[in-house]
Design a protein around this ligand. Structure first.
Ligand code: C5P
Length: 205
């Protein structure tokens, strides 16, 4: 069984994908992490994330970079969304994602274009969404727990910018596949969101 989970930043897709992987015993790939690694590698090598050549060169990042805690930061998320607009970067990361998706026994992947580009043949496609307000509030709570100093306004502005970039880019823009099940988590707590996702998968599979 291949499960594709797509959605914007802080929609809850990562939490849902992890929980589904545990529930159904499937290997899970957070594809955003690959773009984050490319963004971070550009930064470490002193390149420009808006330069397609610099970003493509950074696709050869060392594997150890994937466990760098800095990959989870907002700043790296911003870099990831810049490098991810370049077609050659998306192409360079395609094969790795595609072979993960098609491994025997199935897999679950979360990202922006899993249901549309990486695994258009997925058995179940979920598109997880939530209002900007709900997403900003979640991110704000996370940041506060980590002791990071940011305001709710700054987070909301950053999310809206990142959404706009992801939705309007030419290559593989963020959008729900025609056959995706929409899951709005704006008013759902963590457990209810997971339960709704499990039910959606069971109904489709
Ligand atoms: O999901 P996450 O916030 O970690 O993704 C970081 C950025 O990587 C996104 O804003 C998006 O621009 C890019 N991305 C993408 N395609 C994916 C996953 C992430 O373009 N499949």
């Amino acid at each position: 069984m291949i499960i594709a989970v797509d959605g914007p930043t802080a929609s809850g897709k990562g939490t849902i994908a992890k929980a589904l992987a545990a529930h159904f015993g499937l290997p899970h790939l957070d594809t955003g992490l690959l773009y984050r690694a490319v963004g971070r590698q550009v930064e470490l090598s002193g390149g420009d994330p808006n330069s397609e050549d610099d970003a493509l060169a950074a696709c050869a990042f060392p594997e150890a970079l994937l466990s760098d805690p800095e990959l989870r930061s907002e700043a790296t998320g911003g870099l990831a969304s810049r490098v991810s607009v370049h077609p050659s970067v998306r192409k360079a990361l395609y094969e790795r994602q595609r072979s993960f998706a098609t491994q025997p026994g199935g897999a679950i992947l979360d990202g922006r274009d899993i249901g549309t580009m990486i695994a258009p043949d997925a058995d179940v496609k979920l598109f997880v969404l939530a209002s900007v307000e709900a997403r900003a509030q979640r991110r704000f709570n996370e940041m506060q727990q980590q002791g990071r100093k940011v305001t709710l306004d700054e987070i909301a502005t950053d999310l809206a910018q990142r959404d706009a970039r992801d939705r309007t880019r030419k290559e593989a823009p963020l959008r729900a596949a025609d056959d995706a099940v929409l899951l709005d988590t704006s008013h759902l707590g963590r457990d209810d969101a997971i339960a709704a996702a499990v039910a959606a998968v069971e109904a489709k599979a």
